[in-house]
Design a protein around this ligand. Structure first.
Ligand code: DOR
Ligand code: ZN
Length: 349
């Protein structure tokens, strides 16, 4: 990592308008509070389905998508995901492909994260679904963590990748798979070893923070996410992968707002980054002296992976350090962002 001060303030970079390939918009009043932070700087986004109740059918999905469209302008295109359960029928895949807005089906191992109780308890139960997805070219979006309570929290991704994801890849070699919010060296190496049909998203918080951020001064709930932040060697491996120019790694913020009650009293995992996400990514790429690699990561590789055209609009980022608000309104409550009260070095012009 570079120790210099980076590029001068006032520096601008113009890139193809980016897409966010992994975001939680929530619903109702909460969504209304946050959706603009995604819909303004991003042209498209892949919306996660872990609502209460989860989006398990195409009919629920269409209604959720309409809710999003009702709160955003025409310039924003939300792509959707369906939540896989033990009971999902292969015909749901066929319906999802026909819908056109659905770009992935989401595998949450049951109990692994927020609203995952209805997730998959045993991957063999969804083999018929995965078979149909492979046949029809529908991507599998994976929350890659074991929920086995005997596994150390910092080993959950590694154990899942070694035991579960490897099996999926072996059984379904042509299935398109995204290891979401990859957080470990082992996750990165796994993705690098596979063919072009296996990729990963990387969040801004995993690029900039290591596990010390959870405990700076006091316990910092706004830095608790799943998969959990790892040690510095893992962070550096993520930064190297993101800035490598490899099309296997692309932007997915996993911005996941929770109100203060849910964070403090229920211990919910999720980092809220949407309002400053592009600034944080630019900061990470600047740190790695790789600002020239930001456009591929943020704006090209995800679209290429999903077989979609690249965006034609552009967006300009300027190095103009500014203070991040302590908290943002969220439904009737508040959400604390990453960098709360601190400085972010870049912003959208
Ligand atoms: O940190 C996370 N928050 N990870 C997830 O997988 C879910 C998300 C959420 O929905 O809050
Ligand atoms: Zn997520």
């Amino acid at each position: 990592m570079s120790t210099n001060q980076g590029v001068p303030e006032g520096t601008e970079i113009t890139i193809t308008k980016p897409d966010d390939w992994h975001v939680h918009l929530r619903d109702g009043a909460e969504m209304k509070s946050v959706v603009g932070y995604t819909a303004t700087p991003f042209r498209r986004a892949l919306i996660m389905p872990n609502l209460e109740p989860p989006i398990t059918t195409i009919y629920q999905l269409m209604s959720y998508r309409n809710q999003i469209l009702g709160m955003t302008s025409h310039g924003f295109n939300p792509f959707m995901t369906l939540y896989l359960t033990n009971m999902t029928s292969p015909d749901e895949v066929t319906r999802a492909v026909a819908d056109g807005s659905v770009k992935a089906m989401k595998l949450y191992p049951a109990g692994a994260t927020t609203n995952s109780a209805a997730g998959v308890t045993d991957i063999t139960k969804i083999y018929p679904v995965l078979e149909r997805m492979q046949e029809l070219g529908m991507a599998l979006s994976v929350h890659g963590e074991t929920s086995d309570p005997s596994v150390d929290p910092f080993d959950r991704e590694r154990v899942f990748v070694e035991n579960q994801l490897q099996r999926i890849v072996d059984e379904f070699p042509d299935l398109k798979i995204v290891l979401e919010h990859v957080s470990t060296i082992e996750g990165i190496q796994f993705v690098e070893r596979q063919c072009g049909n296996v990729a990963a998203t990387i969040t801004a918080h995993h690029l900039l923070l290591n596990r010390k951020a959870i405990f700076v001064g006091c316990l910092r709930p706004e830095h608790f996410c799943l998969p959990i932040l790892q040690s510095e060697n893992h962070r550096l491996a993520l930064l190297k992968a993101a800035t490598s120019g490899s099309p296997k790694f692309f932007l997915g913020t996993d911005s996941a707002p929770h109100n203060k009650h849910a964070k403090h009293n229920l211990g919910r995992g999720g980092c809220f980054t949407a309002p400053v996400a592009l600034g944080l990514y630019a900061e990470a790429f600047e740190q790695a002296e790789a600002l020239d690699k930001l456009e591929g990561f943020a704006s090209h590789f995800g679209a290429d992976f999903y077989g979609l055209p690249r965006n034609t609009e552009t967006i300009t980022l300027i190095k103009d350090p500014c203070v991040v608000p302590l908290e943002y309104p969220f439904g009737g409550d508040w959400v604390v962002p990453v960098r709360s009260g601190g400085m972010v070095q870049w912003r959208v012009k």
